[in-house]
Design a protein around this ligand. Structure first.
Ligand code: GLU
Length: 486
């Protein structure tokens, strides 16, 4: 039987980095095994689900290049692919369970349930949660409740004293006692099936062979297995992938920084770097290699190499890795991303983004090798947009006041004034020429020139600075520095 897996997000927020990793592992597993990857939307939580959230999640998946073969937006023969549009399908199976007395209506109110729970606790019963009060209601009693206007839930009749065994592809053998589960609700009083019910029906009807999802769903699995068994459905294989922890080894949350894919997209990370990074959180390749395209990951991926241990989200590593991808990306791509940030920061407007595109490319190129992500461009290139420069600190001032700096200024001014064009060639050649003429070289040559042109000790590539500033600006800056500080 060919492999079929699914990603089933609840549209109740953004695509969390952990969700993206789950989607990626499913995608890789499907592709590796020449199977099918399906995406469906689990919107059983009506109060928290929204169309906006669904759209954000879908867009983020597409942005990451995690494409699916069947499901939402794509269609397929097992649709619809949104739980709320599958109510009729669920009803058929609920009716079947009721008819076969494998499930029953429960008319208990919240208060009654609460009271019962307390009693069970007091008696130290291992039947947690529900005593089975409505398990054997007479038709008369049911009618009485109906007349009172009570809206029933539906509970699954869970066999007592059995052990539910899961052969988890990541976690190994995991067992749960049925008494700890108790007769649980499969349909809420508003008639909407709960997640555990919908997911089981959907996975079965959609032909899912492997359920690869986050560890937090492991505790739901015994309930789902009980539903599979009650309906006589064949079960898929389960694989529960460990949590992602923050640097302090607590569950990753807002406190640890960005947790949504959208935040990384907006900050100017590259999707292939995020995919590469996510794959290495929990899965390890057979070699020491760290850089993988999504296709290379596909070739190498296997569930056997997914770790049971939680993965730690290392932001520094992500920045380093993304920086490597930025470095190797075409300049146009990085420039296009950087422009969004330059506009947002008010350094340029939309028209300038077009009319000065070639110049902006040079600006971005001058810092490209040191960027962790495109959003950092704003701070790194601000010297090109702000001509009110001054030595950034005492150290820079000291450089400016160094021996022979005045002489350097004069030579550079002269060369810049005399040159036919201040182009890339000039930018590259000028240092050699000055060195030849003055005998000043190395740090003593570069640092003063950097400071007189930018005020900074570090920054854009030296050879790029002069052509980017252009003749007038170079002259203006040197004269201003000379007048003010020398
Ligand atoms: N809708 C669930 C979630 O977003 C997914 C559950 C599952 O994969 O079974 O967490």
């Amino acid at each position: 039987m060919s492999v079929k897996v699914r990603f089933a997000p609840s549209p109740t927020g953004h695509l969390h980095i952990g969700g993206a990793r789950t989607a990626l592992f499913n995608y890789l597993f499907a592709k590796k095994n020449k199977g099918t990857f399906l995406v469906r939307i689990e919107d059983t939580d009506l109060a928290r689900s929204s169309n906006e959230s669904e759209q954000v999640i879908i867009n983020d998946l597409k942005w990451l290049g995690i494409n699916w073969d069947e499901g939402i937006e794509k269609g397929g023969e097992n649709g619809p692919y949104r739980s709320t549009e599958r109510k009729e399908i669920y009803k058929k199976y609920i009716d079947k369970l009721i008819e076969e007395e494998k499930a029953y209506y429960c008319y208990c109110t919240q208060e009654e349930l609460e009271e019962e729970r307390k009693k069970l606790e007091e008696n130290n019963s291992d039947m947690l949660g529900y005593s089975g009060k409505c398990k054997n209601l007479t038709p008369d009693k049911r009618e009485e409740y109906e007349k009172e206007g009570r809206k029933p839930t539906v509970r699954l009749r869970v066999p007592e004293n059995i052990t539910i065994k899961i052969d988890d592809k990541v976690r190994g053998n995991v067992e749960f006692e049925s008494n700890g589960v108790g007769d649980f609700i499969i349909v809420k009083s508003d008639g909407i099936p709960v997640y555990n019910f919908a997911v089981t029906i959907d996975d079965y009807l959609m032909g899912i062979t492997h359920v690869i999802r986050a560890e937090e769903h492991l505790s739901n699995t015994p309930r789902q297995i009980l539903i599979y068994d009650a309906l006589g459905f064949e079960k898929p294989q389960f694989a529960h992938v460990s949590l992602i922890l923050g640097h302090d080894r607590t569950k990753m949350s807002k406190r640890h920084g960005s947790t949504w894919v959208e935040q990384y997209r907006e900050a100017g990370y590259l999707p292939e770097a995020i995919v590469n990074f996510l794959a290495l959180m929990g899965w390890s390749p057979e070699t020491e290699e760290e850089f993988f395209t999504i296709d290379e990951l596909t070739e190498q991926f296997s569930l056997d190499r997914v770790s049971k241990n939680p993965a730690v989200f290392d932001n520094e590593k992500l920045n380093w890795m993304n920086g490597q991808y930025v470095k190797n990306a075409p300049i146009e791509r990085v420039t296009d991303l950087a422009i969004l940030h330059l506009i947002k920061a008010g350094l340029i407007n939309e028209d300038q983004a077009k009319s000065k595109y070639e110049w902006l490319k040079k600006v971005v190129n001058s810092v490209k090798n040191g960027l962790a992500y495109a959003g950092q461009v704003v701070e790194k290139v601000s010297v090109f947009f702000n001509d009110e420069i001054s030595p950034e600190n005492d150290e820079a001032l000291e450089v400016l006041k160094g021996d022979r700096v005045l002489e350097l200024m004069e030579v550079l001014l002269k060369k810049v004034r005399e040159a036919d064009a201040i182009d890339d060639e000039f930018g590259k050649g000028i240092f050699k020429i000055i060195q030849k003429e003055t005998g000043i070289k190395g740090k003593n040559l570069f640092m003063p020139i950097r400071v007189m042109l930018t005020g900074q000790m570090h920054g854009p590539e030296m050879i790029d600075i002069i052509p980017i500033l252009g003749r007038d600006e170079v002259i203006k800056r040197i004269e201003m520095m000379k007048e003010k500080y020398l």
